[in-house]
Design a protein around this ligand. Structure first.
Ligand code: IMP
Length: 175
């Protein structure tokens, strides 16, 4: 059990289970033999998943870390999503998005909108964790580590108020 700011978290997925699941995903991706892919890792949560995943891919790939930020535009249009950190020219490239967790799917659909405008060739999505009961997106998710109940989780890159990212296992918030 882990305690952060008076909240109790209990272990639901161990480091060994995570590693096995990542090996499976890496094999699935490698066997597709996607031409010259760019792994687009969405910060901050995906940094550990991304580093474990890419080391198990047995072909030449590019790796890029991006962040999606929302800022208030100068006009009255409200919040605008922006992709920060993209160095590569991704036009006509095959993209593999690397996410720590897909919850409602809002982040993923925003990212798809941005990538489509940049005229990429194809987009696939890999996520370590997926909450099917919360997901209301239309985008199919190609590679899933674990489908989990719609409960708040931490560890292995995921945080609660920035704490917990370094935990090797995944923990859920206890009621
Ligand atoms: P979505 O846009 O609702 O799919 O949420 C995606 C983002 O919300 C993730 O990249 C996380 O940063 C955050 N998030 C969603 N669920 C959790 C959770 O259980 N623990 C920690 N962060 C979460």
């Amino acid at each position: 059990m882990i305690k952060i700011n008076n909240k109790i978290f209990e272990k639901i997925i161990s480091d060994v289970e995570i590693e096995n699941s990542i090996s499976r995903i890496a094999n699935e991706i490698s066997s597709l033999k996607v031409e010259n892919p760019i792994f687009l890792c969405v910060l901050n949560g995906s940094f550990i998943f991304a580093s474990d995943l890419v080391r198990k891919i047995n072909q030449n790939i590019e790796v890029s870390f991006v962040k999606i930020s929302s800022y208030i535009g100068t006009k009255s249009t409200g919040a605008v999503k922006e992709l920060i950190g993209l160095k590569n020219d991704i036009k006509k490239r095959n993209i593999i998005i690397v996410e720590d967790i897909v919850d409602t799917g809002t982040t993923l659909s925003e990212l798809f909108k941005i990538l489509k405008k940049l005229e990429v060739k194809s987009i696939r999505t890999a996520t370590l964790l997926y909450k099917p009961d919360s997901y209301h997106g239309k985008i199919p998710i190609d590679f899933i580590g674990f489908s989990i109940p719609s409960r708040f989780v931490i560890g292995y890159g995921l945080d609660y108020d920035e704490i917990g990212r370094n935990l090797p296992h995944i923990y859920k918030l206890k009621h």
